[in-house]
Design a protein around this ligand. Structure first.
Ligand code: ADP
Ligand code: MG
Length: 216
């Protein structure tokens, strides 16, 4: 599903080179639930952003769902992101003036049944009874559930989550990763960044990153 070969990423701060990834090879299969773990600054977000086509590598090859993504232009990349990838972030990044149902329906494309589908997704993630509430009327855990429902809106091949529980208490964090497990058991491929060992161990496989490299 995701193949990374020799991925390097150098950020330039003026003339100073900051090597964030130093040659990463990863192969993730369809249906896997993978946790990316490593210390702060080790390159986890950079790596996830490569998989999410939010940024491009300095060197290396990325194949997602059979497509060499370096061959795509900017429009094709945006289209690929919208149709094939779902994103969940640390800050739930919901639109505050929309209710839960509207937030989930927002990214749905060409679908005249979008509100029915959004309601079903809210049900799936366990907040079906909160559809008409705005984010400020929901707990952090509930907001993240809504954000996950929104990430699933276009039935993405891959769900990418960067520290999705960093702003949640321990119990809500376990529930959110439990929800990921449930989605994974229904076939969803999931890549989750976390630095909490207990949460990482709930995934099928842990990939550890240190200083921009995969360690074994
Ligand atoms: P993590 O998510 O594991 O904490 P990051 O992927 O955010 O790590 O960062 C990896 C390294 O790249 C760090 O040294 C960080 O300071 C650097 N870095 C990340 N983003 C940028 C950027 N936009 N410009 C310059 N350096 C960056
Ligand atoms: Mg990070």
């Amino acid at each position: 599903m995701i193949q990374l070969e020799g991925i390097k990423k150098i950020y330039y701060m003026g003339k100073i080179e900051v090597p964030a990834l130093r040659g990463v090879d990863i192969n993730i299969k369809n249906g896997e639930f993978v946790a990316l773990m490593g210390p702060s600054g080790s390159g986890k977000s950079t790596l996830l952003n490569m998989m999410g086509l939010l940024d491009s590598p300095t060197a290396g090859k990325i194949v997602i769902d059979g497509i060499d993504v370096s061959s795509l232009n900017e429009n094709e990349r945006a289209d690929f992101r919208l149709k094939k990838l779902g994103f969940v972030f640390q800050f739930f990044s919901l639109l505050m003036e929309l209710n839960a149902l509207e937030n989930v329906a927002l990214p749905m494309i060409m679908d005249d049944r979008k509100y029915d589908r959004a309601a079903a997704l809210l049900e799936l993630v366990g907040v079906g009874d909160r559809a008409t509430h705005t984010p400020n009327e929901l707990s952090g855990g509930q907001q993240q559930r809504v954000a996950i429902a929104r990430a699933l809106a276009n039935e993405p091949a891959i769900l990418l989550a960067d520290e999705p529980t960093a702003n949640l208490d321990t119990e809500s964090s376990h529930q959110i990763v439990g929800l990921f497990r449930e989605l994974n058991s229904r076939g969803q491929t999931i890549i989750m960044v976390t630095h909490e060992p207990e949460l990482g161990e709930m995934a099928d496989r842990i990939i550890r990153i240190k200083d921009g490299k995969v360690i074994t």
